[in-house]
Write a protein that binds this ligand. Structure first.
Ligand code: ADP
Ligand code: ADP
Length: 230
């Protein structure tokens, strides 16, 4: 049974049909790359899968629960406890240090400040942001800021991390450092990753790739095609 499964998702933004019958599955601990041209619906798919946006039609199941039918309260609890998200520009809080940015989700969940700081420090170290704890996002390189964003997304122990072009603003070396840190950590902690990218260098880190085209999964990347090939 997949950890996350979307069936026949449809979602329109005004008159633009961003998704038209997209189906995708993510297994526990799997690293999946979602690729496709700009405008093919990748971000909209991520938003539906992460319970940020409700699809117009179709279903999203997470560990047997139908996200598309959940009351908002339970959905926000799931997002907080089970999911982590990272965007292209990490969206760290500019006024907070790296340490405070990573400690924040723990403190919001009720962890004491000293405990949150201790754990945040461990996660920053894990992501190779050593000795940078006191820097604010504006004082870090793009790669350091994205590794800090990943530490913040993982510090609460989510089962899935959703990353929308996490290296889109980085050069090739920083991309490699971010992707290595992300994939090593995901494997160590058995965290699944759904990664949106249009960069083949990034997609190469994934276990599997699904390509979107005009709001649907290209046939050769559909689960049925994969199963038929096995
Ligand atoms: P991708 O991530 O592959 O670039 P998106 O999911 O962002 O694709 O967008 C799919 C289509 O939906 C595009 O045509 C885009 O312009 C449109 N779209 C996305 N979000 C909105 C929105 N909030 N309002 C209107 N149109 C949108
Ligand atoms: P991406 O390719 O990463 O999806 P976009 O520039 O397409 O980046 O979208 C960035 C944000 O703008 C998204 O939140 C999306 O919902 C919104 N957006 C995209 N296209 C439109 C549009 N045509 N009208 C309004 N909002 C849009």
């Amino acid at each position: 049974v997949p950890l996350l499964a979307a069936r026949d998702l449809a979602k329109a933004h005004g008159r633009t049909e961003a998704l038209r019958g997209a189906s995708v599955e993510l297994a526990a601990g799997e690293i999946l790359a979602v690729t496709g041209p700009s405008g093919s619906g990748k971000s909209t798919l991520l938003h539906c899968l992460a319970g940020i946006v409700r699809p117009d039609a179709g279903s999203v199941s997470y560990a047997g629960e139908r996200l598309d039918a959940l009351p908002e309260k339970r959905l926000s609890e799931l997002r907080r406890t089970e999911f982590g998200v990272v965007f292209q520009f990490g969206q760290l809080i500019p006024e907070l240090t790296a340490l405070d940015n990573v400690a924040l989700p723990l403190m919001l969940a009720g962890t004491s400040r000293p405990d949150a700081h201790a754990r945040a420090g461990e996660w920053l170290e894990r992501f190779g942001v050593r000795g940078q704890e006191a820097l604010r996002p504006g004082e870090m390189s793009g790669g350091q800021a994205q590794r800090t964003s990943l530490a913040r997304a993982l510090v609460t122990g989510p089962r899935i991390v959703f990353a929308d072009e996490p290296t889109g603003a980085l050069d090739s070396l920083a991309t490699e450092q971010v992707m290595t840190a992300l994939t090593h950590t995901a494997r160590e902690t058995d965290t699944a990753v759904l990664l949106i990218t249009h960069d083949a260098q990034v997609a190469a880190y994934a276990d599997r790739e699904v390509r979107l085209s005009d709001g649907t999964v290209a046939p050769e990347f559909s689960t049925e095609a994969t199963e038929a090939a096995v």
